[in-house]
Design a protein around this ligand. Structure first.
Ligand SMILES: Cc1cc2nc3c(=O)[nH]c(=O)nc-3n(C[C@H](O)[C@H](O)[C@H](O)COP(=O)(O)OP(=O)(O)OC[C@H]3O[C@@H](n4cnc5c(N)ncnc54)[C@H](O)[C@@H]3O)c2cc1C
Length: 333
């Protein structure tokens, strides 16, 4: 188990915020995760668990313990891969394709680690982690017990799981087992996948061609956190009552929306932020990405407080213009 005091987290959050934590502990296997669990039980300090820190905004130094998984390894059994929670998820996608195991192509280039994929139920272009996950191995912090958690127990929904709610901070994930298919069933009807493939003259891609296309689409749309600090979509898309949407739609022609059910409609937060004139704008050293208004960026040296100030201003502007509250999707610490 690795232990550091007064540790700088700049390399552990994709916003690139320069913040420290009182203690940093890292486990590399199940036995070390049990040691960390015992340490957390005996400490009076608060703690958070992080993976790649790509869904995280640190607003200040953290006066507690930051736990990080460095569990590595990918083991194959039939069509299943059991992957250490500290493996980079996109490396697993690349490896699966190289092994002739299919199903993860559309999840290519989503930042973050394997452990978080099971917490966040990451998704893109019609695919979700839950479609691949079969079980999660984790140490329960309160007891130190090793648990095998079946996918069915995780209550997976759109970017949701029990790990984000009643199981928050309950488990240290050690590994995730994904089940793939030996037959390639490409999912091409999402976003501009087909249009991009057509540009390259590809009607029916191989899995590797599909992965490369997804990567190209994402690179064109989203800032690379290594170049411009960010945490992907910063705000959740709000769900409003249908009457609220109808009133707004009468006022704003072409307002995009997705029907949730008969009574509820989801409105893209990015569109509202763009309508408020924020796309490409900055406040201090924090800003709004010029291609996607849902993404807040660190233009260089921004503090977490600067990002929060920008977030609050955007929330106020969206509320003033549309009467709708929007909330961060990222974990704000
Ligand atoms: C440029 C960019 C694009 C993105 N695009 C997408 C996208 O298309 N789709 C999508 O779904 N997401 C996207 N995201 C968000 C992000 O990639 C995911 O939320 C990802 O799962 C975060 O992984 P992480 O390892 O960085 O987790 P972190 O942000 O460090 O943590 C996320 C959560 O997982 C928990 N956690 C992490 N590791 C463990 C562990 N070992 N044990 C227990 N709990 C753990 C944390 O406590 C936290 O609650 C994007 C982010 C960026 C920066």
């Amino acid at each position: 188990m690795r232990k550091e005091q007064n540790y700088n987290l700049k390399q552990h959050n994709t916003f690139g915020i320069d913040a420290r934590c009182a203690q940093f502990v890292e486990y590399s296997n199940e036995a070390e995760a049990q040691e960390v669990a015992a340490m957390l039980r005996s400490s009076s300090l608060p703690f958070i668990i992080i993976g790649g820190g790509s869904n995280l905004l640190l607003t200040r130094d953290y006066e507690g313990i930051v736990v990080h998984s460095a569990c590595k390894g990918v083991e194959r059994e039939g069509v299943c891969l059991t992957c250490g929670s500290g493996e980079v998820f996109d490396d697993v996608v690349a490896q699966s394709i190289a092994m002739g195991l299919y199903g993860a192509e559309n999840l290519s280039l989503i930042p973050g680690d394997v452990g978080a994929s099971a917490v966040q139920n990451i998704g893109a272009y019609g695919a979700e982690a839950k479609d691949l996950i079969c079980r999660i191995r984790a140490v329960e912090i309160a007891t130190g017990k090793v648990c095998e958690i079946e996918k069915e127990a995780c209550d997976y929904g759109y970017r949701q799981s029990r790990f984000k709610h009643e199981w928050k901070n309950r488990f240290l994930i050690v590994s995730v087992t994904y089940a793939f298919s030996e037959t390639f069933h490409p999912l091409l009807d999402y976003g501009n996948i087909r249009a991009e493939l057509e540009k390259e003259g590809i009607a029916m891609p191989t899995a590797l061609q599909l992965r490369r296309t997804i990567i190209r689409i994402r690179e064109a749309k989203l800032p690379d956190p290594k170049v411009l600090g960010n945490a992907g979509s910063f705000f959740m898309n709000p769900i409003v009552a249908r009457e609220v949407y109808q009133k707004l739609a009468a006022q704003y022609e072409g307002m995009p929306h997705y029907d949730i059910d008969d009574d509820h409609v989801k409105i893209p937060a990015g569109w509202m932020i763009d309508q408020c004139g924020w796309k490409g704008k900055s406040m201090g050293r924090a800003g709004v990405h010029d291609k996607q208004a849902l993404v807040l960026v660190n233009r260089g040296g921004a503090t977490g407080e600067e990002v929060v100030a920008l977030c609050r201003q955007i929330q106020a502007d969206v509320k003033a213009k549309f009467g709708i509250d929007i909330y961060p999707e990222v974990n704000v610490i």
